[in-house]
Design a protein around this ligand. Structure first.
Ligand code: NAG
Ligand code: NAG
Length: 194
């Protein structure tokens, strides 16, 4: 009796497992031609704009969201984490035409000099790149004359983007700590036919 129940269970188990094993699924990977995604020719694009980091006043564009107990005693504000939604404009003036936003985090990651870790998405809002983004991830020694940071990816017309950004402080107000930074960005991405 016990053995026939066992046999029944065993048969049911075998039926179930053979169903699982023989079910047809497409393979999880395959090689496809780049043209099938509209990726035809790689091209290099230069982007030039000004980044406005406003930390003072009634309408800051960057706010501190976290810190360590020792952050304010550190000469480099080590451990301070800022969240930014900074305007990107064509010219350096605050009323210059808006072409995008720099949204993300910059945090003080160095105890000996000012070395910010930048994790930012640049969202473009104008012209053919409206709605496309590039992602920057790098070290920003903000008091150096020119800082180079990698562009590690993108979306929309910037899919598969890779490149670098050169950031140069245009103006810095030591009282308010507001800064305007000139960005030159060089990215390889694709001419899309779609
Ligand atoms: C950018 O795209 C958004 C969403 O499609 C649209 O509402 C907006 O008008 C566009 N801006 C420009 C300047 O074309
Ligand atoms: C810095 O900002 C303060 C307060 O807005 C202003 O009074 C001062 O003129 C600014 N300094 C420079 C060099 O722009």
């Amino acid at each position: 009796m016990a053995s026939s129940i066992f046999f029944l269970l065993f048969t049911v188990f075998q039926l179930l497992s053979s169903t699982i094993v023989t079910a047809e699924h497409p393979p999880f990977h395959r090689t496809i031609p780049p043209a099938s995604l509209g990726l035809h020719r790689e091209k290099l694009t230069q982007l030039h704009f000004y980044f406005h980091d406003i930390v003072s006043g009634p309408r800051p564009t960057a706010v501190r969201v976290a810190q360590a107990p020792m952050t304010d005693k550190s000469p480099t504000l080590f451990g301070g984490v800022m969240m930014a939604d900074d305007p990107l404009t064509i010219g350096p003036e605050s009323e210059s035409k808006l072409i995008g936003k720099a949204q993300g985090i910059y945090a003080s990651a160095s105890q000996n000099d000012l070395g910010l870790m930048m994790v930012m998405n640049f969202e473009f809002l104008e012209g053919k790149y409206n709605g496309s983004t590039i992602s920057l991830l790098g070290r920003n020694a903000a008091f150096s004359a020119v800082r180079e940071m990698p562009i590690v990816g993108g979306s929309g017309l910037f899919r598969f983007a890779r490149g670098y950004a050169l950031a140069k402080t245009y103006s810095f107000n030591a009282t308010t700590l507001d800064a305007v930074v000139e960005y030159n960005v060089y990215v390889f991405h694709y001419s899309s036919m779609k």
